[in-house]
Design a protein. Structure first.
Length: 85
């Protein structure tokens, strides 16, 4: 999934939509905390492999394209993650 992200030193990273369509897998998640969104990828053992800030527009595109289901956090207010269904 790292190929689908244009990394920046500061701020939100940009998602390359055409590459994201090919690289998305069940280990990818969109995390939300308030108004900030992050793209996270995990290993098979559950360790976080990548965690980058993304824009709200890119997050909504990922959520709608891959039909991700929102799961609210039981620990933090206004937080949760979008999981593949």
């Amino acid at each position: 999934m790292k190929d689908a992200v244009e990394f920046k030193d500061v701020g939100e990273c940009k998602i390359i939509h055409s590459v994201a369509l090919k690289k998305w897998n069940l280990l990818c998640r969109v995390l939300r905390h308030g108004d900030t969104y992050k793209l996270a990828e995990y290993t098979l053992k559950g360790k976080r492999k990548m965690n980058v800030a993304i824009s709200k527009e890119d997050a909504e595109w990922l959520i709608n394209t891959f039909s991700l289901k929102y799961v609210e956090s039981e620990t933090f207010r206004n937080s949760g993650m979008y999981l593949p269904t």
